[in-house]
Design a protein around this ligand. Structure first.
Ligand SMILES: *Cc1c(COP(=O)(O)O)cnc(C)c1O
Length: 387
């Protein structure tokens, strides 16, 4: 047996050593508070679960679903998109369902990248942008996101020879892990850049609805002409606490979506109809659940940020996402600080370096833990660092 080369090109799993240490602590009977994972802890709203239960009883839904998504689901996406962003999408031509946005993002380069092509990958970022590029035979060109630029990429810094070969630019705002947000002005610049250099922008908008303090996240599709050069991935995972359900959608101009559909018909057979009906209930039903959930995250954010600031660590109070991005004190790097927090306070964070070289020097706290655990974690931090 031999394992394909493409698997050897992946970075070693950075959490492995930390996972081992967590297991050690737990074996000692210590209660470890996990701020590491970004997986919503609250249940899916009841009306969505009910829609699944109902639809799952209908034998028509037990057969293969449509590849591109149920017409009713695509219609629901289209109305939601227009209401939310003021952008009209043709349900049949400009929208396709995906089995969670990870499915969409991980396969997208297969439709647009030839072996040897370059893909511009912003980092720190969701690791799938890089790995999906490698799986398609492309070369990731890492485009750093720096604090001093508000974690927006310096598009002008990309050398001409790299650009000549580039087919996709991956961006993600509101951003995981830095929590940065982008204005419509930045999206306009990005669309201009994509047109000029004939590449596709793949925008990951997984956190568009998880925002605070009145901030409203835009869609890149709001930029005139964006459809021709952009695809945008959306997910029901974070918005409706549906990470386990696997439902999202990609939107863009018909040429891009068409090619992507051709690819996907050869990979998967669509999303279980009953889950799409649940998705319709989510998108067309009451949205006050989303507001209430953001209020809960906001409360957690404020408790955590207040504590971290009191300790004296440099924190960016997020306007969006389910994370808090923290600069590590000078004497540490991402991974030694992660280990130190585990040793001193029995809390787990995600080392920024796991998301790319420019994440070095930061750690990410996730807000997806119940308040009781959050308070315990904060208490541990206070005891270790404030007394
Ligand atoms: C959580 C997340 C996703 C994906 O979620 P799915 O559950 O696959 O829809 C995509 N991008 C980013 C940046 C995320 O954090």
């Amino acid at each position: 047996m031999r394992i394909a080369q493409r698997l050897n090109n992946l970075e070693p799993y950075l959490f492995a050593e930390i996972d081992r240490k967590i297991a050690e602590k737990k074996a000692q009977g210590l209660r470890v508070i996990d701020f590491g994972i970004g997986d919503p802890d609250m249940p899916t709203p009841k009306h969505i679960v009910d829609a699944l239960c109902e639809a799952s009883k209908d034998p028509r839904n037990h057969r293969y679903p449509s590849y591109q998504g149920l017409p009713a689901f695509l219609e629901a996406v289209s109305s939601w998109f227009e209401k939310r962003f003021g952008v009209q999408l043709d349900p049949q031509k400009e929208i396709v369902s995906v089995i969670g946005s990870k499915d969409g993002i991980s396969h997208f380069p297969l439709a647009f990248v030839n072996p040897g092509d370059t893909v511009l990958v912003t980092e720190p970022g969701y690791p799938v942008y890089r790995t999906s590029t490698i799986f398609a035979g492309g070369h990731p060109y890492l485009l750093p996101l720096k604090e001093e630029r508000g974690y927006l990429p310096d598009l002008k810094s990309v050398p001409a020879d790299v650009l000549n070969n580039a087919t996709i630019l991956f961006i993600n705002y509101p951003n995981n892990p830095t929590t940065a947000v982008a204005s419509l002005t930045f999206f306009e610049e990005a669309v201009y850049f994509a047109r000029k250099h004939e590449l596709i922008i793949a925008h990951d908008n997984a956190y568009s609805e998880i925002t605070y303090d009145g901030y409203v996240a835009p869609s890149i599709m709001e930029v005139p002409g964006a459809k021709q050069v952009c695809v945008e991935f959306h997910s029901l995972s974070k918005t409706y606490n549906m990470t386990g359900w696997r439902l999202g959608f990609a939107v863009g101009g018909s040429e891009i979506i068409d090619a992507f559909k051709t690819l996907k018909t050869n990979i998967d057979s669509g999303v279980f109809n009953a889950i799409q009906y649940a998705g319709i209930a989510a998108l067309t039903g009451p949205q006050d659940y989303v507001t209430a959930m953001c209020d809960i995250y906001k409360k957690r954010r404020d408790l955590l940020v207040e504590c971290l600031e009191k300790i004296g660590w440099q924190v960016k109070k997020p306007q969006a996402t389910i994370y808090v991005w923290v600069k590590v004190p000078k004497e540490f790097d991402s991974s030694t600080f992660t280990e130190y927090l585990l040793e001193e306070s029995a809390i787990v964070v995600a080392p920024g370096s796991a998301y790319g070289p420019s994440g070095e020097g930061y750690v990410r706290f996730s807000l997806t833990i119940p308040e009781e655990d959050l308070l315990l974690g904060i208490d541990n931090l206070r005891k270790s660092f404030l007394q």
